[in-house]
Design a protein around this ligand. Structure first.
Ligand SMILES: Nc1ncnc2c1ncn2[C@@H]1O[C@H](COP(=O)(O)OP(=O)(O)OP(=O)(O)O)[C@@H](O)[C@H]1O
Ligand SMILES: [Mg+2]
Length: 269
């Protein structure tokens, strides 16, 4: 039997999470980062981009829920200079929230075609070499049509994987009155990194778990994390919390399951 083909891995910027991933995210993967609001998805994405810049790689950060300057401020609180990255033409932050007419790095509409076009434009602008892409959040691209989530994610992945990108795409569980978003990305993604939260004893706690990572003998435990001023995301250690402590309330979970079934029926999968 021949030896397995060696997998090149990309560091996430957080040594403990790299360890959980047997070294990092396989280069070229598109990984879904999911979780409830405020659990650390954007902070994690910031580390991922900052680590690339540190290693001389390029970065593209698409932000749909926060402005470009909000991302720059947040990064600076953890010691990362994203403005310099932009000035040195190593980072492009595409602001899909403010949509300033003066900047070329904006999206006029949140549709998958425009997303893909802009990423390719940014990649050409940054030039040759390994590039990290963050789409925060991807679910924003089908707010009007959650049933299209899987088809859109498939399209985006198919096109973008041809461009030497390692991709993080966030998705939320934003429960509105009748729908839940987020599903669709998970099946298409090469990996799923799930963030969770709980309130125990009146205190907010956050957790991370690698739920899926192709080609990777990853850690299967849930780890408690914290977000620390001046530092960013810190992994505290594996936790023995009961599942009930961190799962969604059953009413919400049922709604998500119903929305997922409906979405799969509509897309015909
Ligand atoms: N400088 C800081 N020091 C300590 N904690 C911070 C700091 N900045 C942000 N945080 C924490 O990080 C949280 C935000 O995390 P993050 O933006 O990554 O959430 P998210 O999972 O992306 O949420 P959403 O789905 O709403 O975008 C804040 O609510 C706060 O608790
Ligand atoms: Mg966020």
């Amino acid at each position: 039997m021949s030896n397995p083909i060696r997998v090149e891995r990309v560091s996430t910027g957080i040594p403990k999470i790299d360890e959980m991933l047997a070294g990092g995210i396989p280069r070229g993967f598109a990984v879904a980062v999911t979780g409830e609001p405020g659990t650390g998805k954007t902070v994690f994405c910031i580390h991922f981009i900052a680590e690339g810049l540190k290693r001389g790689e390029k970065g593209i950060f698409i932000t749909t829920e926060e402005s470009r300057s909000s991302i720059i401020v947040q990064a600076s609180q953890f010691g990362f200079d994203f403005r310099r990255g932009e000035e040195e033409r190593r980072l492009v932050i595409i602001d899909a929230l403010m949509r300033s007419e003066r900047s070329p790095w904006t999206l006029t509409a949140l549709n998958p075609e425009e997303l893909v076009e802009k990423v390719i434009e940014a990649k050409k602008y940054l030039g040759y070499g390994p590039t990290r892409l963050v789409v925060d959040s991807l679910s924003a691209f089908w707010l009007d049509a959650p049933a299209m989530a899987r088809r859109h994610s498939y399209f985006i992945k198919r096109v973008l994987t041809q461009w030497d990108l390692t991709i993080l795409m966030t998705s939320q569980y934003a429960i509105t009155t009748s729908e839940a978003f987020g599903f669709g990305v998970e099946h298409v993604a090469d990996g799923i990194i799930r963030f969770r939260r709980s309130v125990a004893g009146g205190v907010l706690r956050r957790f991370i778990m690698i739920e899926k990572m192709r080609w990777t003998p990853h850690d299967k435990r849930m780890y408690e994390i914290d977000i620390v001023d001046g530092k960013g995301l810190v992994v505290l250690g594996p936790t023995h919390l009961r599942k009930e402590d961190v799962t969604l309330p059953s009413r919400v979970a049922e709604r998500i399951i119903r929305a997922r079934e409906k979405s799969e029926r509509e897309v015909g999968i």
